[in-house]
Design a protein around this ligand. Structure first.
Ligand code: SF4
Length: 274
């Protein structure tokens, strides 16, 4: 378990705590205390729908003798997560051609001849800061003599318009509270067996919860529904394990900061309308 930094804010008696709980590969899990499900779900939805990222939007093919049709290849290119620079680029307005303004697009080209696997790193963007987040991601296989030549643009957009612009997979669960009411129960073996996460153990003939792994509980309730006399289970209503699995376009911190900004802007708009 990693506890990097704890942030605590108190506004009008409402106290919220946030700490980094653990991290694994591209996923960071935050423990958020002192809030309700509506609040964490608002952050989740703001991340999915309103945090902007860059994605390929237009592709012009000059040569494509690969086995994959232009339309399928263009779709595949559009779904590649691109390292995003939010300071340089802006979301193009609906009535503007993004190619007319440098701040609304970044151009790219791709030129490969087989035999090879065309990968994310083979796409050359005009701006060297912009790259495919996972450079080894395969796009298409070219056999001997097959060619792929294309140009196009990537633009900033939001997940509300298309999922390709979403920066992360985000999910949360209440922090579980599990207690053994009868440690010497004769049903201990059955309780150990029923938990899919194996969170119960028997030590010195006593049934115990593996406290160090309690966060792994899937909240399935199988223990309490089958053994209500022996186990008590109560998810904490104001504590959440909030997981952000970044696709690589933006750092986790930027994703959360941007989502908070978006939420604040939307709430300010509501206040003005009242
Ligand atoms: S709720 Fe499910 S996962 Fe959690 S302790 Fe009970 S049986 Fe195990």
């Amino acid at each position: 378990m990693v506890v990097e930094r704890k942030v605590e804010r108190e506004v009008g008696g409402f106290k919220m705590q946030v700490e980094l709980f653990n991290e694994r590969f591209d996923t960071k899990v935050y423990l958020i205390k002192g809030v309700n499900a509506a609040f964490v779900n608002s952050i989740r939805r703001a991340i999915l729908a309103y945090v902007p990222t860059l994605a390929i939007e237009e592709v012009d093919f000059y040569k494509n003798s690969s086995p994959v049709y232009n339309e399928v290849l263009a779709h595949r290119l559009g779904l590649l997560p691109l390292i995003t620079d939010l300071d340089t680029y802006e979301i193009p307005p609906k009535d503007v051609d993004p190619r007319d303004f440098a701040k609304y697009h970044v151009a790219f080209k791709i030129k490969k001849t087989g035999p090879c696997v065309v990968r994310g790193k083979d796409i050359e963007f005009n701006d060297p800061k912009i790259k495919v987040a996972q450079p080894e991601m395969p796009i298409v296989t070219l056999l001997e003599g097959q060619e792929l030549e294309a140009t196009g643009i990537a633009v900033l957009g939001i997940g509300k318009e298309h999922a390709k612009w979403s920066p992360a997979h985000v999910y949360y669960k209440n922090y579980p509270q599990i207690k053994v009411k009868k440690p010497t129960t004769s049903k201990a073996d059955a309780i150990v067996e029923i938990c899919p996460k194996k969170l119960f153990k028997i030590e010195n003939s006593k049934l115990k919860v593996d406290e160090g792994r309690i966060h792994e509980c899937s909240l399935c309730r199988a223990c309490v529904e089958n053994f209500p006399e022996e186990i008590s289970f109560e998810p904490k209503e104001d504590e959440f394990l909030f997981s952000v699995e970044s696709f690589g376009q933006l750092p986790h911190k930027v994703i959360l900061e941007k989502a908070s900004e978006v939420l604040t802007e939307q709430l300010n708009k509501i206040s003005k309308l009242l």
